[in-house]
Design a protein around this ligand. Sequence first.
Ligand code: ATR
Length: 277
Amino acid sequence: MTDKVKLAGVIGQPIAHSRSPQLHGHWLKKYGISGHYIPMDVAQSDLKTVLETLPKMGFQGVNVTLPHKEAVLELADSVTDRAALIGAANTLTFTADGRIQADNTDGVGFLANIRDYVPEWSAKSGPCVVFGAGGASRAIIAALSQAGAPVIRVTNRTRARSDALKDHFGAKIEVIDWVQAGNVLGDASLLVNTTSLGMQGKSALRVPLDGLRPETVVTDIVYTPLETELLRTAKAIGCRTVDGLGMLLHQAAPGFERWFGTAPEVDMELRKAVLAS
Ligand code: ATR
C-alpha cells in the first residue's frame, strides 16, 4: 500500500441515528477512495481531548452534530465567516500541522437543494418565511440573507428566540407571532419549516396554510417522512415543493471534498442509498 488511508467521521451524542456514515460511505465506494468515515459518540466533557487527538490519529476532519455544534467554535483555530455568522459549525478540517478549521455548510446545503429542484427560484424574488428559530433556522436565515432575500419573516413558538435572531441578523428580519404564522404567507417567495413539527413521532404542524399561493416555493428540513404534511398540502395548492433530504446530502459534500480530495455528486443514486440505510 502506498496511499495513506484517509479517515473522517462525525462526532455527536447520540450518534447512532446519523445518516452521515452511509452517505460518505456511498461516496467512498463510488469513487474508489481508500478511506473510512466513522460515527463517534463523544461526551461534552471529552470534546476538547477528542479534537486534540483525532488529527494525531490520521483524521482529515469531522462533521459535528448535536450537542457540539456551538462548542466546537471555541476550540477551533480558525472559523469561516459563515460559521461565525451562524454561531455554529458542522464541518471541521484538520490541517497538516494539526490546526482546526471550523465551517458551517448547512446554509449552502439548503440553497443547493432548492437549486436542484427549482433552479429558477431566486432569494431576491420576494419575502421568505421561516418557521422556527433554532440552530437550523440560523443557518438558513444566514444563507437567505447572504443570497439577497429582501425580507425574512421569522415565526416561532417561543418569541424570544425570534427576537434574538432579529438582534443578530438585523433589519431584514421581521418577527411574526407564532399565532399569526398563517397570515404572512400570501406574498412569500419561499416558505421553509425548520421546526421538528411534522417529523415522524413528533407533533403535527398546525399552522393554517390556506393563505399559501401557488407561486410560493415550499420546503421542509424534516425528511422523515420525505413528504411531510406541509409539502403534501403545498403541492395540492399548486406550489413547487422541495423535500429536506437534499439539504442533508448537499451539506455533506464540501467536507467530503476537503477530506478525501474529490468533489462528490449529489444524485438519485445517493438519495436511494441514504433512504435504504
Ligand atoms: P434545531 O437546532 O434542529 O433547529 P432546536 O434548536 O431544538 O433544533 O429547534 C427546534 C425548533 O422547533 C424550534 O424553533 C422550536 O420552537 P421553540 O423555540 O419554541 O422551542 C420548534 N418546535 C419544537 N417543538 C415544537 C412545538 N411542539 N410547537 C412549536 N414549535 C416547536
